[in-house]
Design a protein around this ligand. Structure first.
Ligand SMILES: Nc1nc2c(c(=O)[nH]1)N[C@H]1C(S)=C(S)[C@@H](COP(=O)(O)O)O[C@H]1N2
Ligand SMILES: [Mo]
Length: 318
């Protein structure tokens, strides 16, 4: 079994990674010295650029797989707005301003409104969710996210009966994102989920990772994380969440419809037209060039999500 409940997870397991431990130690000392406030207080964040702690309680659905080293999680990224090389986001995303930040929530809802980032940080209890993530490029990581189920936000805006899908748009800031000049995708980056996928408790809004607020390259200040789908579904730096009756356009489907379908579930039986999806390389496992491991249906989350796709032909609706 891959998924365990939080009380099965020993703190020593989640803190086994040495960088994580060092950072925790640093944060603890900094906290003891009064350099930072106890929890993700906005004031503390504003006052000190190093005060990035984000308290998170162990949450549901964490995998027992060993978390990927912090240096890979934050140094090997896809965030095309900052360039297409894996090292580009870590190098350039620091320029993006993530305060103040507002997420507009509109469309088929009874209570359309916007949420400031400070409100989002306090919207619901922040949980640590250690999720497997798999990129369509056939590599994977295990990331300890901090966040809460997207459903927490959704229920507060009261979707109407017409809300069948949710669309997500992300930041497109010319002054910090040189990648917007590259003809790879249509900007702003857009993604979409069916309503039941968006409401599923595994689907989270992430505000942090490894116990700190999200580094910019990972999608600060708030991003979507959908662990049973290819990484590109997990849109970074969200600015708008809209509820729609029609299936929304998505950036990857618009760019290459024959390669990227709307659903984009991790499915080892559906190859990408240009490469196999049967196996994957876990970044940082046994050194950087690790052995390939078998890709699992729904990235190992079949027990939780297979029911959402009952009766669908997942080869046709990929
Ligand atoms: N706005 C935006 N979101 C994005 C992307 C992007 O280029 N732009 N890349 C996606 C892809 S392909 C992956 S694999 C994940 C990577 O997330 P990570 O860098 O936090 O691991 O982000 C996804 N979200
Ligand atoms: Mo990806």
């Amino acid at each position: 079994m891959i998924i365990r409940r939080p009380n099965d997870i020993l703190p020593s397991e989640i803190t086994s990674h040495s960088v994580y431990r060092r950072r925790r130690e640093f944060l603890k000392q900094a906290g003891a010295l009064g350099l930072i406030a106890a929890s993700g207080s906005e004031l503390a964040l504003a006052q000190s650029p190093t005060a990035t702690k984000l308290a998170a309680k162990p949450g549901r659905y964490s995998t027992t797989d060993k978390p990927t080293a912090y240096k890979y999680v934050t140094g090997y990224n896809n965030y095309y707005e900052f360039g297409t090389d894996k090292e580009d986001p870590a190098e350039y995303a620091g320029k993006m301003k993530t305060r103040p930040w507002t997420v507009v929530v509109d469309g088929e809802v009874k209570k359309p409104r916007s949420f400031g980032i400070e409100e989002l940080l306090k919207l619901a209890p922040i949980e640590e969710r250690i999720y497997r993530m798999r990129c369509v490029e056939a590599w994977s990581m295990v990331i300890p996210w901090s966040g809460f189920s997207l459903s927490e936000l959704i229920r507060r805006v009261e979707p109407t009966g017409n809300a069948k899908y949710v669309s997500f748009s992300t930041a497109a800031d010319r002054s910090s994102m040189h990648g917007l000049g590259l003809p790879v995708l249509e900007w702003p980056y857009a993604e979409g989920l069916r309503m039941d996928e968006a409401m599923h408790p595994l689907t989270i809004l992430s505000l942090g990772l490894y116990g700190e607020i999200l580094p910019n390259q990972n999608g600060a200040p708030v991003r979507l994380v959908v662990p049973w789908k290819y990484g590109f579904k997990s849109a970074k730096s969200l600015v708008r969440i809209s509820f729609t009756e029609q299936q929304p356009k998505t950036a990857w489907n618009t760019a290459a419809a024959q390669e990227y379908g709307f659903y984009s579930n991790v499915n080892p039986e559906v190859d990408h037209p240009r490469w196999s999806q049967a196996t994957e390389r876990r970044i940082g496992e046994d050194g950087f060039l690790s052995q390939r491991r078998k890709t699992l249906m729904f990235n190992g989350y079949a027990e939780q999500v297979a029911g959402l796709y009952k009766g669908m032909d997942l080869k046709r609706q990929f």
